[in-house]
Design a protein around this ligand. Structure first.
Ligand code: PEP
Length: 253
């Protein structure tokens, strides 16, 4: 089965409502022509979800993501947002396990496994992030590290549930640093992740799951990364905050 190609823009904690509206409008007016197998996903902060939903609703191929959600269904969790709330404003995808959530907010694989279940129960899709720190890459143990993150966060799922899972490989040493994994480093890790899926769920799941690369992807390096057979698209941080750059990455896909 052909895999979906996805370019997702993670705005992180950037852009107020007005700036965000301008950015979405600029992206929509940047002359992007999407092939049928390509999806563009926009992940603004919570306060801009509804606005973004209304701007993209008639644009084929554009989807909405949240950057996080709480693992419990509802209750006394002041300041948190539930999966059901996200669903109610039209969210299609939830990004889970971003390295910034793991590092600054103490999100463990166990918590993430619960969040994955909570999001899937609301019939939204998950973009599950994994990635290794520089010391791990330098020690050469990156494959074992990624395997643990994927097994702990996702491998409790059924084969059927996997149709709503997208994986994003984001080496931490490449996020926001200007350093990008080489095309070969990205391909090697993506092929390894796909082999894990094949061992656990079989070839059909492995071949139909989209695996995105994230880490300083931009118009100048996206084409090389996206040309790799197991790189199905990108999770884009910094370059998603400038419409022309985001459009440039999308066009590379
Ligand atoms: C990210 O945080 O998901 C990311 C890939 O950021 P950047 O593109 O800025 O490295």
């Amino acid at each position: 089965m052909a895999r979906k190609k996805i370019v997702a823009g993670n705005w992180k904690m950037n852009k107020n409502l007005f700036e965000g509206k301008q950015l979405v409008e600029d992206i929509l007016h940047s002359g992007i022509e999407l092939r049928d197998d390509v999806e563009v996903v926009i992940a603004p902060p919570f306060i801009s979800l509804e606005m973004t939903a209304s701007l993209i609703k008639d644009r084929k191929g554009f989807f909405l993501a949240a950057q996080n959600c709480h693992q419990e269904k509802s209750g006394a969790y002041t300041g948190e947002i539930s999966a059901e709330m996200l669903k109610s404003v039209g969210v299609d995808y939830v990004i889970l396990g971003h390295s910034e959530r793991r590092e600054y907010f103490g999100e463990t694989d166990a918590v993430l496994a619960k969040k994955v279940d909570t999001v899937l129960a609301q019939e939204m899709k998950v973009i599950y992030c994994c990635g290794e720190a520089l010391q791990i890459r330098e020690a050469g143990t990156q494959n074992a590290h990624i395997q643990t993150q994927i097994e702990n966060g996702l491998f409790h799922l059924s084969e059927a549930a996997f149709k709503n899972i997208v994986i994003a490989y984001e080496p931490i040493w490449a996020i926001g640093t200007g350093l990008t994994a080489s095309d070969e480093q990205a391909q090697d890790m993506h092929a390894f992740i796909r082999s894990l899926l094949a061992q656990k769920y079989g070839d059909a799941v492995a071949q139909s799951t989209s695996i995105l690369y994230g880490g300083s992807a931009k118009p100048s390096n996206a084409a090389g990364l996206f040309a790799q057979p197991d790189v199905d698209g990108g999770l884009i941080g910094g370059a998603s905050l400038v419409a022309a750059d985001f459009a440039g990455v999308i066009k590379a896909r």
